[in-house]
Design a protein around this ligand. Structure first.
Ligand code: SAH
Length: 231
């Protein structure tokens, strides 16, 4: 019962009060698990994660697990969202960010607190609509949401400080690199051939530094695949 019990007695405000507390605990756990970026942690304190999943799953949404959002896709677990945002920021102020794989829009909402402008692309039309509803309900207005294939050229004139790919890639989506400003970073879950078969990846940062392109590998993660084409 817990959160839902409080909700039954106190309506939505009951759920809200409980979720503030559980969200603060979630953020403390992220800190204990090594997330250091206070800008990211305060964004995750501010964004109510439970509105991004079906009501029946809301009770588990502050646990550090991925959950289904329909159409065979998932909402990323809190630690993954925090870590990718931290790697994308790398202590910088972000003017603009491009996210590939909007899903339900949770990472988008976190990025909207961290960056001045967020561009986000999702290949599944029904999820674009779902994410739009979630972002509207939070009155988030600095997000440009598009139905598109983020594994290919987007056909847009964009120049962003960071790109976050939130689906597992077997190779770097090079058509996107031209959207990065000099010094910009792409963060993506990238798998080698053996990992690809197991469905796991390594968080990878591609940085366009003054001395050329630099690739760094970080934590092991598990994402749904980056797929071509629209659905
Ligand atoms: N950012 C989300 C993660 C959603 S899961 C969160 O905060 O939880 C990954 C999403 O990437 C899925 O919704 C999937 O449909 C989408 N996706 C996969 N391949 C894609 C592509 N080529 N272009 C855009 N979106 C893609």
């Amino acid at each position: 019962m817990g959160a839902l019990g409080a909700g039954n007695r106190g309506g939505m405000s009951g759920i809200g009060m409980t979720s503030d507390r559980t969200r603060a605990r979630m953020v403390e756990r992220l800190r204990a698990e090594g997330i250091r970026d206070e800008v990211v942690l305060s964004a995750m304190t501010a964004i109510p994660r439970h509105i991004f999943v079906d009501e029946a799953l809301a009770i588990r949404v502050y646990d550090d697990v991925p959950l289904p959002i329909g159409h065979g896709q998932t909402i990323s677990q809190p630690w993954v969202v925090a870590r990718m945002s931290e790697l994308a920021r790398n202590g910088r102020t972000l003017d603009s960010v491009l996210e590939i794989g909007t899903g339900c829009g949770y990472q988008t909402a976190v990025l909207a607190k961290v960056a001045a402008t967020v561009y986000t692309v999702e290949r599944i039309g029904a999820l674009v609509n779902k994410a739009r509803r979630h972002l509207q309900s939070l009155k988030i207005r600095n997000v440009h949401l598009a139905h598109g294939d983020g594994s290919a050229d987007l056909g847009e004139a964009l120049a962003v400080d960071a790109i976050i790919v939130t689906a597992g890639a077997t190779h770097v989506p090079t058509p996107l690199l031209k959207y990065l400003k000099p010094g910009g970073r792409m963060v993506l879950p990238l798998s080698g051939s053996d990992e690809g078969e197991r469905g796991t990846q390594r968080l990878t940062v591609i940085e366009l530094g003054p001395a050329g392109v630099r690739e760094q590998t970080f934590d092991a993660v598990r994402f749904v695949p980056l797929l071509p084409g629209l659905a």
